[in-house]
Design a protein around this ligand. Structure first.
Ligand SMILES: [Fe+2]
Ligand SMILES: [Fe+2]
Length: 243
C-alpha cells in the first residue's frame, strides 16, 4: 500500500467509526465512553498530526504544482450534492402520503444538519483565509469588480452546469444534432459547457432561429484554439436572451 493510500484508508476508518454512532440515539454508557476515547485519542491526534507533518509538506507542493483553491471547489461539489438531494427530497415530500412523509422529513432534517455543518466550515474558510487576503492586497476597484462579477453570475444566469460537451472529436455533420440533443435533455435552469475548436457562431444563430427565448449563451473562452460556451435552458421560456 502506498503512503497516500494509507492516509485514505485511515480517513475511511475514522469516518466509518463515527458513522456507526450517528444514527443511534440510545448509546450505552460503555459506547459513550468509547466514543469519547475515539474523538480524543484518534480523531484529534489525526488532525494535529496532519498540521504537524502533512500540511507543511503540502504547502510547498501546492505553491509549486497545485491550485490553492482546489480544496474549496471540493467543498462546493459537496454543497451542490446536498442541494440536489434536498431538492429531490422536497419534491418527494410534496407528493408523498403521510406515512412516507415522516421518513422523508426525518431524512430532510438530517441532510440540513449536514449541509449546515459543511457550510459553516466552508464559510469560515472563506472569511478567515480568503477575504483578509482580498481586502489587504486588492485595490478597492478590483474588489468591486469581483463583487459585481459574483452578482452577474447569480442574477443573469442562475444556471447549474450539469455537463460538458466536447465536440472537437465529433465529425462536423453530427455536431449540431448532438448539441441540440444535449440542450433538449436539460431541465429548465440547467446548462452545459460546449467545447469546440472554432467559434460556434453559426450554432448561435441556429439556436436563435429554432429556440428563440429559450436559451442563454455565454462565452467562457474565445479561442484561439478552444472555444467554451455555456449554453443554458432558461427557467421560463420568454425570459431568456442571447448574445
Ligand atoms: Fe485528515
Ligand atoms: Fe463558497
Amino acid at each position: 500500500m502506498s503512503v497516500a493510500d494509507a492516509f485514505r484508508k485511515h480517513h475511511h476508518q475514522l469516518l466509518e467509526y463515527l458513522d456507526a454512532y450517528r444514527e443511534d440515539s440510545s448509546l450505552s454508557p460503555a459506547e459513550l465512553q468509547s466514543l469519547r476515547t475515539f474523538l480524543l485519542k484518534d480523531l484529534l491526534p489525526h488532525a494535529r498530526g496532519e498540521e504537524r507533518a502533512l500540511y507543511p509538506a503540502v504547502e510547498l507542493l501546492i505553491r509549486q504544482h497545485g491550485e490553492a483553491t482546489a480544496t474549496m471547489r471540493v467543498d462546493h461539489e459537496f454543497i451542490e450534492g446536498y442541494i440536489r438531494q434536498i431538492d429531490e427530497l422536497i419534491g418527494q415530500i410534496q407528493q408523498a402520503g403521510p406515512e412516507d412523509q415522516a421518513n422523508a422529513r426525518r431524512r430532510l432534517r438530517q441532510l440540513l444538519i449536514e449541509l449546515y455543518a459543511l457550510l459553516r466550515v466552508h464559510m469560515a474558510k472563506e472569511e478567515r483565509v480568503y477575504l483578509p487576503l482580498f481586502e489587504r492586497h486588492l485595490s478597492p476597484e478590483a474588489q468591486q469588480r469581483v463583487f459585481e462579477a459574483m452578482h452577474e453570475e447569480s442574477e443573469e444566469h442562475g444556471l447549474t452546469v450539469v455537463r460538458e460537451l466536447d465536440v472537437r472529436s465529433v465529425p462536423p455533420p453530427q455536431r449540431h444534432p448532438l448539441i441540440f440533443e444535449t440542450f433538449e435533455a436539460l431541465r429548465p435552469g440547467e446548462a452545459f459547457i460546449l467545447i469546440n475548436d472554432h467559434d460556434p457562431k453559426p450554432l448561435y444563430y441556429q439556436f436563435q432561429y429554432e429556440r428563440p427565448g429559450q436559451f442563454v449563451w455565454a462565452y467562457l473562452e474565445e479561442g484561439p484554439e478552444v472555444w467554451r460556451v455555456r449554453i443554458g435552458r432558461v427557467a421560463s421560456p420568454g425570459s431568456g436572451h442571447g448574445g
